[in-house]
Design a binder for this molecule. Sequence first.
Ligand code: BMA
Length: 370
Amino acid sequence: MKRTIHITLFVILLGIALSSCHKPMPREQLLHRLRALQEQGCMFGHQDDPFYGINWAYEPNRSDVLETCGDYPAVMGFDLGGIEMGDSKNLDSVPFNRMRSEIIAHHLRGGIVTISWHPRNPLTALEHLGTWPEGSAWEATDGSVEAILPGGVKHELFLTWLERVRVFLLSLRTDDNQPVPFIFRPWHENNGAWFWWGNTHCTPEQYRALYRLTQDHLTTQRTNNDSGLSTNVVWSYSPNLDGNMSEDSFLQWYPGDERIDLIGLDAYQWGTEEDFVRQTRADLTMLSRFARQHNKLVALTECGYINVPDSTWWSRVLLPILCDFPLSYALVWRNAEKEHFGPVPNTGSGEKFRAFHAAPRTLFLKDIVE
Ligand code: BMA
């Protein structure tokens, strides 16, 4: 009898141990979901979607995408620029407290969250910014990356910046204390020279060391026995549109398969439509082949046509690209007053966006919620 009880107890304990071993982390769940959704279509994303849009700001439950087509974007993008200084608002005046609650709200409604970071220049950062680009991410001085790596004059300062980022990211938890999984996309567009981490301002080794330092700090630091960020972050590396990106040039700066889950391309139409289409297709051909061979996700992590002067652009230019490549998502940048990249409700262009929304290939929130 006693023996039977022991065996039963052992079997129960073994069951508990095995089930806790196999419980996937939020990060793995998100990766699994992203892979499954990629089979179904390409998600539409919008930066700063719930904060402001055309002729409104900080009104609850508003979204230009929702008001144009009746559904939220599947992916919402948020930016941490300014958090490194201990600011209460980001570089685009979004209060971090509001950002936290919108990130959690989007997660709870079944959406996907992606976070970027435009930190100020660590060599020249000022408490109060000077005339643009003074002190900002766009003050692209040589030597800033070197200065924040171990042994550099700003290394200690940079660790305090990373710690502020970590504390904010750690606070992304639901009321029942579950961490919100998200895609983190630091040090983006590094193959251009407009940010201080750009390719003419540091060496490939320094860039990769910066990515490693960021990732290692965020995933290994612990306070008060918290579980850290190792369990809920999907890591993205996203160079800018090149038009002629080769695997060799990509690999020079790539942080490595063991560090990256999602490969992104930031591709805007600044010039002609023909150039945009040709260049984007060329880079996505290379990147999606690389992603397939290396078992990575691929996305248009930023894209758009400034102020969308031609509303047929959505279905005529962007949609065919989304159809021809195995993209996880395509995120257009914010609808700021001075420049917008998303749809504008209550206009003729809204109607064209609704056709893009209705295309079988594009996924909005309702399409991805089970
Ligand atoms: C840029 C512009 C800036 C903004 C920055 C970070 O592309 O939209 O106005 O501050 O992104 O969102």
